[in-house]
Design a protein around this ligand. Structure first.
Ligand SMILES: O=C(CO)[C@H](O)[C@H](O)COP(=O)(O)O
Length: 274
């Protein structure tokens, strides 16, 4: 069985300042070894596979961080199902967005806030990019601020994703790396953000909604999406520089936060632990 690309890149030369982690990996095959033609799973089926695997770590009585996005939605669905059949009880969810709050409430998952529960046992969430050190880009779904607050308050943070999210260096997918900024003089910050990463061929764009109006986060802020031609070499350095800009609220680099990543691909489900 071919292993996922993470196995081939235990040392990421693009991340200069970090000692690569010795990743312990497990692989769970969803298909019979003997089957000649394994069924081709859709991307949604892969997301659900990763989500279901992560929910196996949830125990009754836990305080849970509930992520945002299409993969995290499968986690919330599964939790609702297990609660309704009595296989789980007494869990309390801390949602990372209004969307997730509505979904969880519709499934009768008891909800609370970080103010009332500042210590979370386990958070489960999706990601937009996962690098070999389990560092992440998150926030293409716009929920990065609450996600970062909830996941930072969690004793464990499991990331669930399909294998399209694997990258060798953050920013390397060519897709957006979001930065949440206050509305006031957003253009001033867009220009400053683009200037920070000139040498990476960065292009900064204000995120817009379906009507071409600025996308407004749950916190009333805008998002500037950064598009890189080359991966970020020093994630921690980049994060510090972004955060130092007045008017920047949060960025989508989630560094050193994930305790496990569950990746579903056509070769199976792979669990990578710190
Ligand atoms: O960070 C996020 C939302 O802010 C999501 O976790 C991320 O965008 C992945 O979403 P999906 O599971 O739909 O691919």
């Amino acid at each position: 069985m071919a292993s996922l690309s993470l196995h081939h890149t235990p040392t990421n030369p693009l991340i200069l300042h970090r000692t690569p982690l010795n990743l312990r990996t497990q692989t769970h095959k969803p298909f019979s070894v003997r089957s000649q033609a394994a069924p081709v799973l859709s991307q949604d089926e892969l997301k659900k596979l990763a989500a279901d695997k992560a929910v196996e770590s949830v125990k009754s009585g836990m305080i849970l961080g509930l992520g945002t996005g299409s993969t995290a939605a499968f986690v919330v669905d599964k939790l609702g199902q297990l609660l309704s059949t009595g296989q789980l009880s007494n869990i309390i969810g801390i949602p990372t967005s209004k969307r997730t709050q509505e979904q969880a409430a519709s499934l009768n998952i008891p909800l609370s806030t970080l103010d009332s529960h500042p210590h979370i046992d386990l958070a489960i969430d999706g990601a937009d990019e996962v690098d070999p050190n389990l560092d992440l880009v998150k926030g293409r779904g716009g929920a990065l601020l609450r996600e970062k607050m909830v996941e930072a308050a969690s004793s464990s943070f499991i990331v669930v994703a399909d294998d399209s999210k694997l990258v060798s260096g953050l920013g390397g997918s060519g897709l957006a790396m979001p930065v949440e900024v206050v509305q006031f003089c957003w253009k001033y910050n867009l220009v400053r953000l683009q200037g920070l990463f000139k040498e990476l061929g960065c292009e900064a764009k204000l995120r817009v909604d379906g009507s071409e109006k600025p996308y407004v986060t749950d916190n009333g802020n805008y998002i500037v999406d950064l598009y890189f031609q080359n991966p970020i070499k020093d994630g921690f350095g980049a994060g510090k520089e972004i955060s130092a800009l007045e008017g920047v609220v949060e960025h989508g680099l989630f560094l050193g936060m994930a305790t496990s990543v569950i990746i579903a691909g056509k070769t199976g489900v792979e669990i990578m632990n710190k």
